[in-house]
Ligand binder design. Structure first.
Ligand SMILES: Cc1cc2nc3c(=O)[nH]c(=O)nc-3n(C[C@H](O)[C@H](O)[C@H](O)COP(=O)(O)OP(=O)(O)OC[C@H]3O[C@@H](n4cnc5c(N)ncnc54)[C@H](O)[C@@H]3O)c2cc1C
Length: 392
């Protein structure tokens, strides 16, 4: 069984900016990852198997809906604590952050914000206890970066709504008990619907043999003349910006999560460089290795400060879509470079499952595309600073 000796880098003493509660939540999550995840994750990922018992276990450390009020199964933690939790989970493996952040930020938060009391009482507590699992469907087979053009359609009937279409690349789709999905009607309105697993006309399938997110189930949600009640429409809007806004919290979680990966890779490379000898010396003594390590800690520190500041904005409900987009892109880009440099410092050992680095690199390939590609996030920043949209 593998021992996890992770120490988090803190070059700018950012820990001193954190509250006791922030440190406590980070500590609980880190300890949980060290004892429950690190010893088994490499094997699970090699076998392309999602460790299903993590669902219950994650609920026990409060990783489902912690930002929500206690009444609905949350703990009302602030956004810095939530970010630190995402950092620690993704350091363990992307699959854990994916599970926790979809359930918390997309499913529970959206039901809490838009659902009526009946839906909140019916689902939120069960979601927080991990008794049921949700998936969130925006992307489609033919509409990934351009969800505004989605083909999934709904129309109204006397009893409720009928939905047709499908959503692809959906986290937890094969194992979900319910799904929140976006569909459009012929008035160009976007509707956010809650669909239960056992609804007629609802099917899911699994995407096999992924090289990234191997510890996570991904698949398709399919709707064939699916009929649901009026209550299951959570939100209706003509404004696409309002549809996109619901992605903010998910992207915020990725910003912290990718940082967690970078910290893990850096820690691993720093320790290895102090143990491994070549030409009769520790490789840490070579200038080219030190350059890599120095760049890594510098870039990690910049992102640590960025996500911390973004967390404070979230705490005051002052974050913008564009700020979140910048953090997601910067953090993933930084982590991808750090992980590749760490892999290089580890030499041949870097490609084995003795170390987490190669697994993180494969997950980072997904992170660069998922929740908006690097290119799309660059264009979001470009649009915000020039006032000109370069999307089309
Ligand atoms: C493992 C995994 C899990 C996922 N989980 C979910 C989930 O739970 N829920 C969900 O809704 N979605 C999910 N996604 C989908 C993800 O959000 C999409 O893959 C992503 O938005 C990109 O869409 P696409 O794959 O269709 O790529 P495309 O949109 O086809 O893009 C292909 C390439 O074209 C580029 N491109 C497109 N438009 C432009 C442009 N205007 N200018 C410049 N370049 C452009 C892109 O940047 C990219 O490089 C997941 C994806 C993966 C891989």
């Amino acid at each position: 069984m593998k021992k996890d000796n992770f120490n988090s880098p803190d070059y700018y003493l950012i820990d001193k900016l954190l509250s006791e509660e922030n440190l406590l939540i980070r500590g609980i999550t880190r300890d949980w990852v060290k004892s429950n995840v690190s010893p088994i994750i490499e094997e699970a990922v090699q076998k392309d198997k999602f460790p299903i018992h993590f669902i219950k276990s994650l609920s026990e450390i409060g990783a489902f809906g912690p930002i929500l009020p206690e009444k609905y199964g949350g703990a009302e933690i602030d956004y810095i604590s939530y970010g630190l939790m995402m950092q620690e989970l993704e350091r363990g493996d992307s699959s854990l952050r994916v599970l926790s952040s979809i359930q918390s930020g997309l499913i529970m938060k959206l039901i809490y914000e838009y659902g009526n009391e009946n839906l909140k009482t019916r689902y939120l507590m069960k979601l927080s206890k991990g008794e049921i699992v949700g998936s969130f469907g925006m992307s489609e087979p033919n509409h990934g970066s351009d969800p505004n053009s989605m083909s999934t359609r709904f129309y109204s009937t006397n009893e409720g709504y009928v939905i047709n279409g499908s959503k692809l690349w959906i986290g937890q789709a094969p194992i979900c008990d319910l799904a929140l999905i976006w569909a459009k009607n012929n008035k160009n309105e976007f509707g956010l619907f809650l669909i239960e697993r056992n609804t007629n006309g609802f099917e899911t399938s699994k995407i096999e043999n992924k090289w990234g997110f191997r510890g996570s189930e991904t698949g398709e949600l399919i709707f064939n003349d699916l009929k649901i009640k009026k209550d299951n429409l959570l939100f209706l809007t003509k404004k696409f910006e309002e549809v996109l806004k619901c992605l903010n919290i998910g992207r915020y979680a990725v910003s912290w999560g990718a940082l967690g990966i970078a910290m893990d890779c850096y820690d691993c490379a720093l320790k290895y460089s102090n143990e491994r000898k070549q030409f009769g010396k520790k490789i840490a003594s070579f200038q080219l290795v030190q350059k890599k390590l120095a760049e890594m800690i510098t870039e990690i520190t910049k992102v640590q400060l960025m996500v911390w500041r973004l967390g404070l904005l979230f705490n005051k409900n002052q974050e913008t879509y564009e700020q979140v987009s910048m953090a997601k892109r910067s953090s993933v880009k930084m982590a991808s470079k750090v992980a590749r440099d760490a892999r290089s410092i580890l030499g041949g050992m870097g490609i084995t499952s003795e170390y987490p680095v190669m697994r993180h690199i494969l997950n980072l390939e997904v992170l660069a595309t998922y929740q908006g590609t690097e290119e799309i996030h660059t264009l979001i920043t470009g649009r915000s600073i020039t006032g000109i949209s370069a999307f089309k």
